[in-house]
Design a protein around this ligand. Structure first.
Ligand SMILES: [Cu+2]
Length: 438
């Protein structure tokens, strides 16, 4: 997708997720000695034997989280005012803090809360109406908190909290967006695309920077979109420390433009350039990628989408390219791992196309919850008889085009169903995103 599209999506999606809560994502309970989602680890509960500590952040004009969760019993709310003006924190029928000056912390001790749902707010006139309100959900006590069901140092509650925290941060912002469409220079009627292969640092998921090899500084490389009959020239500049070439996977090209070292050309050495020039003779969701030491160079990031629209392609409201990859950059969708993957945001009733492209070394069955996917093309060829699936298998090098009609309102998990590519003991990661039907 383009940088522009990502930017347009990000804020509305974050706001949308905030409003509807993305499952348990915005529920945050900092109980006992579990890590709090806001402001680091909470203090111990010394002095209030057995009390849960729930951290709350006030700002101008918000209260975070907007949904709090606690268990029945004794609760201490630790309220930090990070705003520039005075606020307080009051829970209906349970109590209130004093006015809290900017930068200060106040506590609200509630010795005994019954299960139920309570509204909270800031009582400064007008602040609740401007958004400083939310709900506290109190469930029945689960008993001893210190159990460790999975044997990895966390209680069940801590596991749930950690999982919810990761999910709540989706879609997380990271540096760099891959697959941005590359505009050609037109030289004597030829569409000229420049691709520079170089070593970069790529932020795969928040704070996780990896060594990558990339075209034009992004993973996947820039998306190339051309039309049937176009004359194109793709100029490869090699700034890597090892040889490389480009193969245009799925494209019908002259044999000496096929990018295989020793067969179609000599490998392009460091510091050298090579021009691939051909006329576009076939349509479809195709790819370009390294064909030198490809078992390493492609998983490291030397790959991109090359799309030639077909006049017979079904018309859609949104056209999404989803490059699947695995290897040294981890399990990624368009170069990012959850929660940094981009959701697909559509209006109810719209249709969208997903162009799956597997550049990895493993198969990835892509499962969309809630709505079936209609497979309409394989490897750039339109199928005579499309068919419906809920899980679409995409083998290494394959491209599969599917059409989805967004009939069902809501947020639908969308992930690789090799479950170790999508879930871990610390929550969802890797090949996970969501379709948001609004
Ligand atoms: Cu997978």
């Amino acid at each position: 997708m383009s940088q522009r599209r990502k930017t347009e999506w990000f804020l509305p999606v974050a706001a949308f997720l905030g409003v509807i809560g993305f499952g348990v994502g915005v529920i945050a309970t900092a109980a006992y000695d579990s890590p709090g989602p806001i402001g680091g680890a909470p203090t111990s509960a010394a002095g209030t034997e057995g009390a849960q500590i729930v951290e709350v952040e006030l700002g101008d004009l918000f209260i975070k989280p907007v949904q709090l969760q606690a268990e029945a019993g004794s609760v201490r709310f630790q309220v930090t005012n990070n705003g520039q003006t005075e606020h307080n924190f009051a829970i209906e029928t349970l109590g209130r803090t004093e006015m809290i000056p900017p930068g200060d912390v106040a506590t609200l001790e509630v010795p005994s809360i019954e299960p139920g749902t309570y509204n909270f707010l800031c009582e400064v006139p007008g602040h609740a109406d401007s958004g400083m309100k939310g709900t506290l959900v109190v469930g029945k006590s689960s008993g001893e908190p210190g159990t460790d069901p999975a044997g990895h140092g966390m209680s069940a509650k801590e596991m749930a909290l950690q999982d919810a925290e990761v999910t709540a941060s989706f879609p997380a912002e990271t540096k760099g967006v891959g697959g941005v469409e590359l505009e050609p220079d037109i030289v004597d009627g030829v569409k000229v695309f420049e691709l520079t292969a170089d070593e970069i640092k790529w932020e795969v998921s928040p704070g996780e920077f990896k060594e990558a090899w990339a075209y034009n500084g992004m993973v996947p490389g820039p998306q190339i979109r051309v039309e049937l009959g176009d004359r194109v020239r793709i100029v490869l500049h090699n700034k890597l420390a090892e040889p490389t070439t480009i193969h245009f996977h799925g494209m019908t090209v002259p044999a000496d433009m096929d990018g295989v070292p020793g067969i179609s050309q000599d490998a392009v050495l460091p510091g050298e350039s090579f021009s691939y020039e051909f006329t576009i003779r076939n349509t479809g969701s195709n790819m370009y990628h390294s064909h030198f030491g490809a078992q390493k160079q492609v998983p490291m990031g030397l790959l991109g989408a090359m799309i030639v629209p077909d006049p017979d392609d079904p018309q859609v409201d949104q056209d999404v390219t989803m490059v699947l990859n695995d290897g040294p950059l981890g399990f990624t969708l368009n170069g990012k791992g959850f929660p940094a993957t981009a959701p697909i945001v559509v209006d109810q009733g719209d249709t969208f196309r997903i162009r799956y492209m597997n550049e990895g070394l493993l198969i990835h069955p892509m499962h969309l919850h809630g709505i079936p996917q209609k497979v309409v093309a394989m490897d750039g060829h339109i199928l005579p008889t499309p068919y419906l699936e809920d899980t679409v298998l995409v083998a290494p090098s394959q491209r599969v085009d599917v059409i989805v009609k967004a009939t069902e309102l809501g947020i639908w998990a969308f992930h690789c169903h090799v479950l170790s590519h999508a879930e871990s003991e610390t929550g969802m990661f890797g090949m996970v995103t969501a379709v948001i039907v609004q």
